[in-house]
Design a protein around this ligand. Structure first.
Ligand SMILES: Nc1ncnc2c1ncn2[C@@H]1O[C@H](COP(=O)(O)OP(=O)(O)O)[C@@H](O)[C@H]1O
Ligand SMILES: CC(C)(COP(=O)(O)O)[C@@H](O)C(=O)NCCC(=O)O
Ligand SMILES: [K+]
Length: 254
């Protein structure tokens, strides 16, 4: 069994993978002031909650898009596992052909998601990751990573609307009953929520147009579950996509 960790700008996703089976997926907040010990205690607690003992773990792997937190988390995992932990980055084989101006610039979460997709789903494919940012990544019919888009995440969009105006309150991110809002809060919720639904559908239409073919579409990330069911495209929800990619990369490099 391996301990797989994905450090995002809002949350650290933690999971254990045994063979092909994802045993659990949980989230801790990404907090740059937390210490190695504090993260180690959190990881130990999560493992204990799911009845996983340290002896069952063969190793660990991390993907991070938050450099200031990467080493703190890496060292905390090494403390628990008592061995070196693999970090996605230079020198780690992913098997993915990244056709970008500078492949090193691409966020490791986007690479790892794409590795899982080419392994598990028909290509060409588009991956939507709705986290702090909403990212779209496109894999072509030859399993090349060819690019995508980076969009302000739904929480960022809502919070910026609140922060940069005098009269707009902080809102939660659920779908209001009607698209045409009758009060400030419902108007904001409609704009942010249904606006993002339209954005996803619109981007997918345009991407399929540019590619000249239909794509398999897979969505992941903390906000996907709530929003994707409202989209008109056929979209597969896969909460564990990144963990699956980490497992594949771990096996390739161990
Ligand atoms: N289980 C959940 N249910 C609803 N919203 C969630 C859940 N998990 C995360 N979120 C929301 O998703 C966003 C972060 O998504 P996540 O994929 O964890 O981000 P990142 O990878 O950027 O750290 C936040 O706005 C958070 O409030
Ligand atoms: C685009 C991101 C900020 C998304 O991060 P997240 O929302 O998962 O926290 C991250 O993948 C990143 O920092 N990428 C580097 C730039 C790039 O991918 O081109
Ligand atoms: K992410």
């Amino acid at each position: 069994m391996i301990l797989a960790v994905d450090i995002g700008n809002t949350n650290i996703v933690v999971g254990c993978i045994h063979g092909e089976e994802i045993c659990f997926v949980e989230r801790l907040s990404t907090v740059s002031t937390r210490t190695e010990l504090e993260y180690a205690i959190s990881f130990k607690n999560v493992l204990e909650m799911y009845g996983v003992s340290i002896e069952e773990l063969d190793g660990g792997i991390i993907s991070s898009v938050v450099p200031p937190v990467t080493n703190i988390v890496k060292h905390s995992m090494e403390k628990i596992l008592n061995q070196k932990v693999m970090l996605i980055g230079p020198g780690v084989k992913t098997g993915l052909n990244v056709l970008m101006d500078d492949p090193r610039q691409v966020g490791s979460d986007r690479i790892v998601n794409a590795v899982a997709v080419v392994h598990e789903y028909p290509v060409p494919a588009a991956i939507i990751d709705m986290g702090t940012a909403t990212t779209i990544c496109v894999v072509d019919g030859k399993k090349n990573y060819i690019g995508g888009a980076i969009i302000p995440g739904m929480r960022i969009a809502a919070d910026t609307l609140t922060a940069r105006t005098a009269q707009l309150p902080k809102i939660s991110l659920e779908a209001p009953a009607k698209l045409i809002g009758k009060n400030t809060v419902d108007c904001m919720k409609s704009g942010v929520f249904y606006g993002n639904v339209a954005l996803i559908d619109g981007m997918l239409d345009k991407i399929e147009e540019e590619m000249g073919q239909k794509l398999t579409i897979i969505a992941t990330g903390g906000l996907a579950k709530a929003l994707i069911p409202y989209c008109k495209h056929d979209i597969i929800l896969d909460d564990a996509l990144l963990l699956k990619g980490l497992k594949i990369i771990y096996e390739k490099n161990k």
